[in-house]
Design a protein around this ligand. Structure first.
Ligand code: DGJ
Length: 700
């Protein structure tokens, strides 16, 4: 039984970890413990008493409240802030009851005076050592209540004000960089105000005090949401640290009508006593087994024509690329942007989701059939949320975009954002995309989203089909994302076998919310292999390799050898995006060899355990390892970018092998026990921009 209840509160136990909370003597809901699972339930500490600090600080500053609501003497970041119909902006949440069903604990609190009920849900994932939390608000009265902040969770780490925060930051073409900064006293804020998860920060955190990849305590978590989010790491003046996260309250409020309820997205968190690597592997396993729509599957080798032909797409050009791709061993051929009505550049066409008659006079059929005849699946790019003003859709429905009527509609990449919160907009998109997927055996869809928001309005002017939202326009931030999810879910349900990829100009929408719909993420538009190393490392903090699609392209420095470019992309789901017509015959032959090598080990890479052996942040040399779940084999990739010579590369120490089993290094006669390889290590010699793939296989 993973949830234990007693007079001192509740203890959530997973295989190796535990989380305890309870009511203190003032019946305040207080955090008690998070960390290693202890031998006995009586080992967990009681809920701390409600002590304050002089007249200036009530218990709210000193006691770790599980889910603080703004009210009374509270000055730290609360999880909940609301205004009642009479203008009162003070919440007094009183514990009412607990309910335990399966692996979920639900605690119900209610305001002492007003008809607001708050339900805090804790779902334990015992096999993954993870806890999922979310909150639900119910207005049981008849007057509206305005929610001004409604976070998913506050995660308290053990007392201390000396934590480091690990997080991912970046920008378009340069996303997912791992940063590890000491947390200052006060609040460190990470957020998105862009309508999507964003390239800039990711709703992920890890807190530690001196952990490494393989050792030390790490508390980590994420938010399953693909819109505006907010993460506050707060170090108090009373020696404590917490992370609160959820929907961003910037420019947000939500009117909870009488009888209505509102549920936050879930936040997932866990504790590792074996460093950052174990924390990542926990997330990888959970994502593969519990989040991804198709579960733990390894993906096909793909070709995508974007960087080869850009908008210059037609049957002949794509068919020629397909011939070459198939001959190299590619299994899935994807036509990117440029195939639909009026799309010759990025100034027109978005919204008109039918094949361009000039480029595809007989529709997509002939190309799809050609690709299928070559033995490959066919895939297609779409950008459903967008519209170019120069499109039939926009000319017919200029009111369908997010806008304020008195403001100019700011374009980015010549496009505007359709208001996916509207049912009629979604119905149009379902019809168009469903028609494509029904007409052809399309097995893969890349769903793109190439701008951030401006003028976040939802005027209901002139449209009697839609409810008038009036002063509820700030709900757009949430309703839009719910609309994206609804559209995606609808299409998935109609076409359950299609593999979907989430792309937002690269990694602008990479989160646990979208991964309930998308099987893969396009990590970055930056496909230059040396630059990719750090981007991919950051991505691996959260996401498993089968989620990460990576192409070999012609982008960047042409002196980076093809093998190096392949090896970088082989660290995830291998894709090719180079202009194959410009590749020499020997390059294509080498590519075919590398694709065959990849296919032989892709299950290990995509579905195995990942170990970041040497970080690209160390500069010049890095290595990453994958171990099959059954420990029968392991693959190591090592990369040298630029190092002043002569340089002695650090020895690689594999990890995760069965210590007693014997492994042979493929291509050599060297055989050792797993422990032997892990303790003795492997020396490797590489020149600049050289790389290696080593395979260890169990020899008995
Ligand atoms: C941005 C994506 O990240 C690229 O891979 C490509 O699909 C373009 N959009 C197409 O417009």
């Amino acid at each position: 039984m993973p949830v234990h209840a007693s007079s001192s509160g509740w203890i959530l136990e997973s295989r190796r970890t535990a989380y305890a909370l309870g009511l203190n003597s003032d019946r305040l809901l207080v955090h008690r413990y998070w960390g290693t699972r202890l031998p006995d339930l009586s080992d967990y500490p009681p809920a701390a008493d409600s002590v304050g600090w002089a007249s200036f600080n009530g218990p709210g500053q000193v006691v770790p409240e599980e889910y603080a609501a703004y009210g009374g003497l509270r000055y730290l970041e609360p999880c909940l802030k609301a205004t009642f119909a009479d203008g009162v902006r003070d919440l007094v949440l009183v514990y009412r009851e607990a309910d335990i069903a399966d692996e979920t604990l639900t605690l119900t609190l209610a305001d002492a005076h007003y008809p607001l009920t708050v339900r805090l849900h804790y779902r334990i994932h015992p096999d993954f050592d993870l806890i999922e939390r979310w909150a639900e608000f119910v207005n049981s009265g008849d007057q509206p209540i305005t929610l001004e902040r409604a976070l998913s969770a506050c995660w308290h780490v053990p007392p201390g004000d000396d934590y480091r925060l690990t997080h991912l930051t970046g920008r378009w073409y340069d996303e997912m960089h791992l940063r590890r900064d000491p947390l200052p006293h006060g609040v460190t804020l990470l957020e998105s105000r862009r309508l999507t998860t964003s390239h800039h920060h990711n709703p992920y955190f890890a807190l530690d005090r001196g952990a490494t990849e393989t050792t030390g305590d790490v508390y980590f978590g994420a938010l399953a949401w693909s819109g505006n989010w907010k993460l506050m790491a707060e170090v108090t003046d009373f020696g404590s640290t917490r992370v609160s996260l959820g929907l961003n309250d910037w420019d947000f409020d939500w009117t909870l009508d009488g009888g209505a309820s509102f549920t936050t997205p879930p936040s997932l968190a866990g504790y590792s006593d074996s460093g950052f690597g174990a924390a990542s592997r926990t997330l990888h396993d959970y994502i593969r087994q519990r989040v991804l729509p198709h579960g733990p599957i390894a993906h096909k080798v793909l070709y995508n024509s974007w960087e080869a032909t850009y908008f210059d797409v037609d049957v002949a050009s794509q068919a020629r690329l397909a011939d070459l791709a198939a001959a190299m061993g590619v299994e899935l051929f994807v036509v990117d942007d440029g195939w639909f009505h009026g799309r010759n550049d990025d100034r027109a066409g978005l919204g008109d989701w039918w094949p361009d008659a000039a480029k595809f006079p007989d529709g997509l059929g002939p190309l799809v059939e050609h690709v299928n005849r070559l033995g490959m699946d066919f895939g297609l790019w779409i950008e459903p949320e967008m519209v170019n003003p120069n499109s039939d859709l926009y000319r017919g429905h200029p009111d369908w975009v997010i806008h304020f009527p008195t403001r100019a509609r700011t374009e980015a990449r010549n496009q505007l954002i359709l208001n996916l919160a509207r049912e009629d907009v979604r119905a149009y998109l379902v019809e168009k995309i469903d028609a494509l997927l029904s007409a052809h055996p399309i097995r893969f869809i890349k769903w793109d989203m190439n701008r951030n928001i401006s003028e976040p309005g939802w005027p209901a002017l002139g449209d009697r089909q839609q409810p008038v939202l009036g002063d509820r326009q700030r709900e757009l931030w949430v309703r839009y994302v719910e609309g994206v999810y609804a559209l995606w879910d609808d299409l998935r349900q109609r076409h359950p076998d299609v593999i979907w990829q989430s792309c937002s100009g690269g990694g602008g929408r990479a989160d646990l919310g979208i991964l309930r719909r998308a099987d893969q993420i396009w990590v970055s538009d930056n496909t230059e292999a040396p630059a990719r190393l750090a981007i991919q490392e950051g991505f691996s903090l959260i996401f498993p390799a089968n989620v990460m699609e990576a192409w070999v392209t012609d982008s960047g420095d042409r002196h980076v050898p093809l093998k190096f470019r392949f090896h970088v992309s082989m660290c995830g789901t291998l894709g090719i995006g180079g202009h194959l017509l410009k590749w020499t015959e020997s390059e294509r032959a080498e590519a075919a060899r590398l694709i065959a090598q990849y296919k032989a080990v892709r299950d290990i890479i995509q579905l195995g355990d990942q170990y970041r052996l040497i970080s690209p942040r160390m500069g010049g040399f890095s290595a990453v390892q994958y171990v099959a779940k059954d420990q029968m084999a392991s693959v190591i990739f090592a990369f040298r970018t630029h190092l002043p010579t002569p340089a002695i590369l650090p020895r690689l120490y594999p990890n995760g092998l069965d210590p007693t089993a014997r492994y042979r290094l493929e291509g050599s006669s060297e055989t050792r026990s797993g422990l032997g390889w892990m303790r003795v290590g492997i020396d490797i010699a590489l020149t600049d921009f050289d790389s290696a793939m080593l395979v260890l296989r169990r020899s008995e």
